[in-house]
Design a protein around this ligand. Structure first.
Ligand code: SF4
Length: 310
């Protein structure tokens, strides 16, 4: 049965901006941060070399090869000129990969900024001890908290191919434990990973739906310099969506299958350092991408959740 779009829903998909306006009565912006963490999939704890597509400085404005600027400076620089509210977005690397003392110190530093009303903490699904969950639950009780897990694909063979270093069941376990603490989750997925098909993208959305995940970030596969994927791309092993028009049908199919209440945090990848992007190069801005997606859904006569089987 088709989901009927409610009158108060202002768009064809559940945009993060609308969600924030509803929750806080005004826009809330994320300030992306590099808090100096590392990653267990790079330092040998879980793996070495990292995920094949990853080179953090390509997508994180404050990320770096050496030392990032002080957190206070990043928070200050990330603010808009007009008065606004913010979430401190711990984005780069694995943001629960440190001692409890260090995590608390960094999260508290961000929340000490008066306009920062919450945290968004990006991490791996295999980087959550009971003590870290206790800590996150405490923050969930006193601020607006999202935990962002990289999933990328609901297929173990793909996760292995891209060297994620965790399985789909690790992700599901982390989601269950995090939900038990009353914490909302945003899952990151990539459309266009090597070897994947449209049916596989649909299965990834199905996993998100089945696990009651509150938010999703869609990315199209990007090949960036200094990533292992760049070597595969040069060898001709990695097809990419050469234009937004090629990506659009897959994204809209995923949106139609997605639970209508899931908040869409992102529609496509955004390389913040264009010099590091090898492919694909799309001319559209994020705003133009959003307008194109809405236009396509209108043309189809569908919307987020129109084919959701909940
Ligand atoms: S994508 Fe995340 S988990 Fe993978 S190597 Fe990069 S920082 Fe580590």
């Amino acid at each position: 049965m088709n989901h009927v779009l409610k009158r108060e829903e202002p768009g064809w998909y559940h945009r993060l901006g609308d969600y924030f306006r509803k929750q806080f009565g005004q826009p809330v912006y994320k300030i992306p941060l590099d808090a100096g963490f590392s990653c267990p999939n790079r330092d040998g704890t879980i793996g070495t070399g990292g995920c094949r597509y990853c080179h953090n400085p390509s997508f994180s404005p404050f990320s770096r090869e050496d030392q990032p600027p002080a957190l206070s400076e990043q928070l200050q620089k990330g603010k808009k000129k007009k008065p606004a509210l913010y979430l401190a977005y711990f984005q780069s690397y694995t943001n629960t990969y440190a001692s409890l003392h260090k995590l608390k110190e960094l999260y508290d530093q961000a929340l000490a900024v008066p306009e920062v009303i919450g945290l968004s903490i990006a991490t791996r699904p295999d980087c959550l001890s009971p003590a870290i969950l206790d800590l996150l639950e405490d923050y969930a009780n006193r601020c607006h908290l999202w935990v962002e897990f990289g999933l990328q694909s609901a297929h173990d063979k793909t996760l292995k191919r891209i060297n994620r270093g965790h399985s789909v069941s690790d992700f599901v376990r982390a989601v269950t434990l995090t939900h038990e603490r009353g914490i909302r989750i945003c899952a990151h997925v990539i459309i266009g990973l090597p070897g994947e098909t449209a049916a596989m993208y649909a299965e990834t959305v199905d996993l998100i739906n089945k696990n009651g995940i509150e938010g999703i970030k869609f990315h199209h596969l990007q090949v960036v310099r200094n990533s292992p994927l760049a070597e595969d791309y040069t060898a001709g092993d990695v097809p990419v969506f050469v234009s937004l028009a090629r990506y659009l049908p897959h994204l809209c199919d995923c949106l139609e299958l997605l639970n209508p209440s899931t908040v869409v945090h992102r529609l496509a990848s955004q390389a913040t350092n264009a010099a590091l992007l090898i492919a694909p190069h799309w001319p559209e801005s994020p705003g133009q991408i959003a307008a194109t997606v809405t236009g396509e859904l209108i043309k189809r006569g569908t919307h987020q959740g129109s084919r959701f089987n909940g």
